[in-house]
Ligand binder design. Structure first.
Ligand SMILES: Nc1nc2c(ncn2[C@@H]2O[C@H](COP(=O)(O)OP(=O)(O)OP(=O)(O)O)[C@@H](O)[C@H]2O)c(=O)[nH]1
Ligand SMILES: [Mg+2]
Length: 199
Protein backbone atom coordinates (compact mmCIF):
# COMPACT_ATOMS: atom_id res chain seq x y z
CA UNK A 1 0.00 0.00 0.00
CA UNK A 2 1.32 3.41 -0.95
CA UNK A 3 1.07 5.92 1.86
CA UNK A 4 0.98 9.67 1.68
CA UNK A 5 4.64 10.19 2.53
CA UNK A 6 6.72 13.25 1.74
CA UNK A 7 10.32 14.25 2.32
CA UNK A 8 10.50 17.42 4.43
CA UNK A 9 14.24 18.18 4.34
CA UNK A 10 17.70 17.25 5.65
CA UNK A 11 19.40 18.88 8.62
CA UNK A 12 22.91 18.69 10.09
CA UNK A 13 21.72 19.86 13.52
CA UNK A 14 18.55 19.13 15.49
CA UNK A 15 18.29 22.86 16.21
CA UNK A 16 17.70 23.47 12.51
CA UNK A 17 14.83 20.94 12.36
CA UNK A 18 11.39 22.56 12.10
CA UNK A 19 9.33 22.67 15.25
CA UNK A 20 6.62 20.04 14.78
CA UNK A 21 4.07 18.84 17.30
CA UNK A 22 3.17 15.62 15.46
CA UNK A 23 4.64 12.43 16.96
CA UNK A 24 8.06 11.61 15.53
CA UNK A 25 9.76 8.21 15.21
CA UNK A 26 13.47 7.80 14.52
CA UNK A 27 15.36 4.96 12.85
CA UNK A 28 18.88 4.42 14.14
CA UNK A 29 21.37 1.59 13.69
CA UNK A 30 24.63 0.57 12.09
CA UNK A 31 25.40 1.77 8.58
CA UNK A 32 23.94 -0.50 5.92
CA UNK A 33 21.53 -2.23 8.32
CA UNK A 34 18.61 -1.09 6.15
CA UNK A 35 17.14 2.01 7.84
CA UNK A 36 16.43 3.95 4.67
CA UNK A 37 15.18 0.84 2.84
CA UNK A 38 12.70 0.11 5.62
CA UNK A 39 11.32 3.65 5.37
CA UNK A 40 10.64 3.05 1.67
CA UNK A 41 9.12 -0.38 2.32
CA UNK A 42 6.98 0.86 5.21
CA UNK A 43 5.50 3.73 3.21
CA UNK A 44 5.36 1.89 -0.11
CA UNK A 45 7.07 4.89 -1.69
CA UNK A 46 10.08 3.86 -3.75
CA UNK A 47 13.14 6.10 -3.38
CA UNK A 48 11.53 8.22 -0.64
CA UNK A 49 14.69 7.71 1.42
CA UNK A 50 17.97 7.30 -0.44
CA UNK A 51 19.58 3.88 -0.08
CA UNK A 52 22.88 2.38 -1.18
CA UNK A 53 24.66 -0.95 -1.13
CA UNK A 54 27.63 0.93 0.32
CA UNK A 55 27.51 1.95 4.01
CA UNK A 56 27.48 5.62 4.93
CA UNK A 57 24.78 6.79 2.50
CA UNK A 58 22.61 8.75 4.95
CA UNK A 59 24.70 11.58 6.35
CA UNK A 60 22.11 13.95 7.80
CA UNK A 61 18.88 13.98 9.81
CA UNK A 62 16.19 13.37 7.16
CA UNK A 63 12.59 14.09 8.10
CA UNK A 64 9.53 12.66 6.34
CA UNK A 65 5.89 13.44 6.97
CA UNK A 66 3.56 10.43 6.85
CA UNK A 67 -0.19 10.66 6.22
CA UNK A 68 0.12 14.24 7.46
CA UNK A 69 -0.15 12.84 10.99
CA UNK A 70 3.28 11.61 12.04
CA UNK A 71 6.97 12.08 11.26
CA UNK A 72 9.71 9.61 10.43
CA UNK A 73 13.37 10.52 10.91
CA UNK A 74 16.04 8.67 8.94
CA UNK A 75 19.41 9.06 10.61
CA UNK A 76 23.01 8.36 9.63
CA UNK A 77 24.36 4.99 10.72
CA UNK A 78 27.23 4.18 13.08
CA UNK A 79 29.88 1.49 13.03
CA UNK A 80 31.11 2.40 9.56
CA UNK A 81 34.61 0.91 9.53
CA UNK A 82 36.07 3.46 7.11
CA UNK A 83 34.74 6.49 8.99
CA UNK A 84 37.38 8.83 10.39
CA UNK A 85 37.60 9.65 14.07
CA UNK A 86 36.29 13.18 13.41
CA UNK A 87 33.25 11.91 11.49
CA UNK A 88 32.47 9.46 14.30
CA UNK A 89 32.50 12.31 16.80
CA UNK A 90 30.33 14.39 14.45
CA UNK A 91 27.91 11.43 14.15
CA UNK A 92 27.68 11.08 17.90
CA UNK A 93 26.97 14.75 18.38
CA UNK A 94 24.41 15.09 15.60
CA UNK A 95 22.46 11.92 16.39
CA UNK A 96 22.67 11.91 20.17
CA UNK A 97 21.85 15.64 20.44
CA UNK A 98 18.85 15.05 18.19
CA UNK A 99 17.68 12.03 20.22
CA UNK A 100 18.09 13.85 23.54
CA UNK A 101 16.51 17.15 22.53
CA UNK A 102 13.85 16.52 19.89
CA UNK A 103 10.76 17.28 21.92
CA UNK A 104 8.19 15.52 19.69
CA UNK A 105 10.31 12.34 19.45
CA UNK A 106 8.08 9.54 20.68
CA UNK A 107 10.00 6.33 20.19
CA UNK A 108 13.30 5.25 18.68
CA UNK A 109 13.58 2.14 16.54
CA UNK A 110 17.03 0.59 16.76
CA UNK A 111 17.60 -1.53 13.67
CA UNK A 112 19.92 -4.53 13.82
CA UNK A 113 20.81 -7.07 11.14
CA UNK A 114 18.95 -10.32 11.82
CA UNK A 115 21.98 -12.30 10.58
CA UNK A 116 24.42 -11.02 13.20
CA UNK A 117 24.95 -11.91 16.83
CA UNK A 118 24.53 -8.88 19.15
CA UNK A 119 27.32 -6.38 18.50
CA UNK A 120 29.10 -4.20 21.02
CA UNK A 121 28.20 -1.01 19.13
CA UNK A 122 24.48 -1.88 19.21
CA UNK A 123 24.59 -2.80 22.89
CA UNK A 124 26.32 0.52 23.59
CA UNK A 125 23.50 2.38 21.86
CA UNK A 126 20.93 0.47 23.90
CA UNK A 127 22.73 1.42 27.11
CA UNK A 128 22.87 5.03 25.96
CA UNK A 129 19.15 5.12 25.09
CA UNK A 130 18.15 3.50 28.38
CA UNK A 131 20.36 5.77 30.46
CA UNK A 132 18.85 8.81 28.75
CA UNK A 133 15.33 7.54 29.35
CA UNK A 134 14.54 7.33 25.63
CA UNK A 135 11.94 4.64 24.79
CA UNK A 136 13.04 2.27 22.05
CA UNK A 137 12.15 -0.94 20.22
CA UNK A 138 14.37 -3.32 18.29
CA UNK A 139 13.85 -4.03 14.61
CA UNK A 140 15.59 -7.04 13.08
CA UNK A 141 16.20 -6.36 9.38
CA UNK A 142 16.82 -8.44 6.24
CA UNK A 143 15.03 -11.59 7.46
CA UNK A 144 14.58 -12.59 3.78
CA UNK A 145 18.30 -13.35 3.67
CA UNK A 146 18.10 -16.46 5.86
CA UNK A 147 15.81 -19.16 7.27
CA UNK A 148 13.41 -18.49 10.12
CA UNK A 149 15.36 -21.05 12.18
CA UNK A 150 18.50 -18.96 11.79
CA UNK A 151 16.65 -15.72 12.60
CA UNK A 152 15.20 -17.33 15.73
CA UNK A 153 18.69 -18.38 16.78
CA UNK A 154 19.88 -14.75 16.61
CA UNK A 155 16.73 -13.62 18.40
CA UNK A 156 17.51 -16.06 21.22
CA UNK A 157 21.06 -14.64 21.51
CA UNK A 158 19.67 -11.13 21.78
CA UNK A 159 17.13 -12.19 24.39
CA UNK A 160 19.90 -13.84 26.42
CA UNK A 161 22.27 -10.86 26.24
CA UNK A 162 19.58 -8.30 27.06
CA UNK A 163 18.18 -10.40 29.92
CA UNK A 164 21.58 -10.21 31.62
CA UNK A 165 21.12 -6.46 32.13
CA UNK A 166 17.46 -5.64 31.77
CA UNK A 167 14.41 -6.95 33.55
CA UNK A 168 12.08 -5.91 30.77
CA UNK A 169 12.93 -6.68 27.17
CA UNK A 170 12.22 -4.14 24.43
CA UNK A 171 9.55 -4.85 21.86
CA UNK A 172 11.07 -6.68 18.88
CA UNK A 173 10.00 -6.70 15.24
CA UNK A 174 11.19 -9.01 12.46
CA UNK A 175 11.23 -7.27 9.09
CA UNK A 176 12.25 -7.48 5.47
CA UNK A 177 12.20 -4.48 3.16
CA UNK A 178 12.56 -6.90 0.30
CA UNK A 179 9.38 -8.92 1.00
CA UNK A 180 7.56 -6.37 3.17
CA UNK A 181 7.34 -8.89 6.03
CA UNK A 182 6.79 -7.25 9.40
CA UNK A 183 5.90 -3.83 8.02
CA UNK A 184 2.18 -4.18 8.87
CA UNK A 185 3.01 -5.04 12.51
CA UNK A 186 5.31 -2.04 12.71
CA UNK A 187 2.70 0.32 11.26
CA UNK A 188 0.05 -1.04 13.63
CA UNK A 189 2.37 -0.40 16.57
CA UNK A 190 3.05 3.18 15.42
CA UNK A 191 -0.69 3.73 14.89
CA UNK A 192 -1.43 2.56 18.44
CA UNK A 193 1.08 5.02 19.87
CA UNK A 194 -0.29 7.82 17.67
CA UNK A 195 -3.80 7.09 18.96
CA UNK A 196 -2.61 7.08 22.60
CA UNK A 197 -0.97 10.45 22.08
CA UNK A 198 -4.04 11.93 20.38
CA UNK A 199 -6.29 10.92 23.29
N1 LIG B 1 17.78 -8.51 1.00
C1 LIG B 1 17.56 -7.37 1.67
N2 LIG B 1 18.36 -6.31 1.47
C2 LIG B 1 18.12 -5.18 2.17
C3 LIG B 1 17.04 -5.08 3.09
N3 LIG B 1 17.07 -3.85 3.64
C4 LIG B 1 18.11 -3.20 3.08
N4 LIG B 1 18.75 -3.99 2.19
C5 LIG B 1 19.94 -3.63 1.40
O1 LIG B 1 20.96 -3.20 2.29
C6 LIG B 1 21.71 -2.12 1.74
C7 LIG B 1 21.71 -0.95 2.71
O2 LIG B 1 20.41 -0.41 2.82
P1 LIG B 1 20.13 1.07 3.35
O3 LIG B 1 18.66 1.15 3.56
O4 LIG B 1 20.76 2.09 2.46
O5 LIG B 1 20.89 1.05 4.76
P2 LIG B 1 21.03 2.22 5.84
O6 LIG B 1 20.90 1.59 7.16
O7 LIG B 1 20.09 3.33 5.54
O8 LIG B 1 22.54 2.67 5.64
P3 LIG B 1 23.25 4.11 5.97
O9 LIG B 1 22.43 5.18 5.35
O10 LIG B 1 24.60 3.98 5.35
O11 LIG B 1 23.33 4.23 7.45
C8 LIG B 1 21.06 -1.82 0.38
O12 LIG B 1 21.81 -2.48 -0.61
C9 LIG B 1 19.68 -2.43 0.50
O13 LIG B 1 19.14 -2.85 -0.73
C10 LIG B 1 16.19 -6.23 3.27
O14 LIG B 1 15.24 -6.25 4.05
N5 LIG B 1 16.50 -7.34 2.53
MG1 LIG C 1 20.41 5.31 5.16
Amino acid sequence: MKMNAKFISSYDDYQKCPEITKPEYAFIGRSNVGKSSLINSLTGVKNLAMTSSKPGKTQLINLFTIEETWILADLPGYGFAKASQSSRIKWGRMVHDYLKNRTNLTTVFLLVDSRHEPMKSDLEQITWLASNGIPFSLIFTKIDKQSLTQTNKILASWTKVLSENWEELPKMFLTSSESGKGTEELLTYIDEINKQIAN
